[in-house]
Write a new protein. Sequence first.
Length: 174
Amino acid sequence: MAKIAADKVREFRAEAKFQRSSPQKAKLVLDTIKGMRVEQALNTVHFSSKKMAPVIEKVLRSAIQNATYVSQEQGLDVDVDKLYVRTAVANEGPRMKRIRPAPMGRAFRYQRRMVHVIVTVAEKKLPTVVTVVDPGVTAAKAKESKPAVKKAVAKKAAVKKTAAKKAAVKKATK
């Protein structure tokens, strides 16, 4: 028997480029909303105390608006209630090189980082699976050819050091 997925999932995305924050700070917020439903993600970002949260909220709202606009233009049937955050990425943008005055007439260089935020939403659908049966296979043979179940292998417990080994390690470090 072979299984074939029939539907293709549509994605809608939005970007915010050249935002004045580091990618690491943006990833902290984006990692919290990955895989969430859109409504829940908006609530999470709205009540977040991070500096990048308002920017990410704007990008998320823009992606939702892109989904509704494209669905109206192309005549697609997209339900906003079924949208979820498929990907949320913070890519590094260009760096601005700056100079800070230092003691004795010197100058220290530092960099101001920028980030490109990309949020992609998609509609969560239950995959429709079409089962194709070979004409030569009977129902009895199909039941017999069930896949074998693998047993889970238990991990070995960590080996504890004996008192003699601990003493040898202590002497070696002194």
